[in-house]
Write a protein that binds this ligand. Structure first.
Ligand code: HEM
Ligand code: HEM
Length: 214
């Protein structure tokens, strides 16, 4: 059965760097936030520095992947995620059968929220850190924003994991983000406009799938 390349090594590295760092910050963040967990662990100082070092490692690793990786592929993917059409809207309003491109409407929303939340996490986290050292950086809403982002991200993540590892219709996507390729028949069922894109001279910014017999 034919397979189609879905994610380059750079895209997969970016995804997994972000995911691993996110889990580290989520777990240490929860240990700072939930009194029961804080008491059970008992080492607030250590948890807090793990949280902060995870944030620094996360930022550094993302920059390294972008600098040494395939930036053209990342630019192309960013353009695809940013390009919202009528079919994406139909998908989001629950109308079945709307053909989808390389990413469906829900994935586009998830990706945009992930980037926006990462920036807001970083800004509010840096303000929390600075606020401990200088009262000029202490603002009423900073802790609330940081905590609210955590709760909304947690809900998004649970939905993301359900689709990626549990739902039998969608979980084949895991092969794309781990090995890089997916089955052509699965891709056609879920991303028809992407699979059927013209094989030569695509318009700028539109990726065409690379097929390889397996
Ligand atoms: C650049 C990224 C981040 C930075 C610089 C950062 C920084 C901080 C700092 C300085 C604190 C205060 C620690 C304390 O004194 O108690 C904190 C708390 C916290 N962080 Fe982060 N953080 C980041 C990302 C995240 C992420 C991605 C999550 C969750 C997914 C998260 C969840 C939390 C939670 C739940 C708390 C506890 C807040 C509270 O006590 O109400 N953080 N963070
Ligand atoms: C064990 C954890 C995770 C698994 C198994 C997983 C799985 C996947 C899979 C299979 C895809 C590709 C979907 C496709 O074919 O287009 C994907 C894409 C993506 N993942 Fe994850 N992921 C994980 C963690 C995370 C985390 C923690 C975040 C962000 C906080 C995240 C954000 C994204 C985004 C933005 C995309 C692209 C848009 C989308 O497909 O929704 N992932 N992930």
């Amino acid at each position: 059965m034919g397979r189609i390349e879905r994610f380059t090594l750079t895209e997969r590295a970016l995804h997994w760097v972000h995911a691993v760092a996110f889990f580290a910050m989520l777990l240490t963040g929860l240990a700072l936030y939930l009194p029961a967990l804080e008491t059970a662990i008992g080492r607030r100082g250590l948890v807090k520095s793990t949280h902060l070092w995870s944030a620094i490692a996360w930022g550094a690793a993302l920059v390294i992947v972008v600098l040494v990786g395939n930036r053209r592929a990342l630019r192309r993917t960013a353009q695809e995620l940013d390009n919202f059409d009528r079919d994406d809207l139909r998908f989001l309003t629950g109308r079945s059968g709307a053909p989808q491109g390389r990413f469906n409407g829900g994935q586009k929303v998830n990706a945009i929220l992930t980037v926006a939340f990462a920036l807001l996490f970083a800004v509010s986290g840096v303000l929390l850190w600075l606020g401990e050292r200088d009262t000029r950086f202490r603002f009423d809403g900073t802790v609330f924003l940081h905590d609210a982002l955590m709760w909304v991200s947690l809900v998004l993540l649970i939905g993301h994991l359900y689709l990626a590892v549990i739902n039998p219709r969608t979980r084949h996507a895991l092969a794309g983000i781990t090995e890089g390729s997916v089955r052509e028949d699965w891709a056609r069922e879920h991303h028809a406009k992407w699979v059927d894109a013209p094989a030569v001279a695509p318009p700028e910014g539109v990726a065409t799938p690379e097929r390889s017999p397996v």
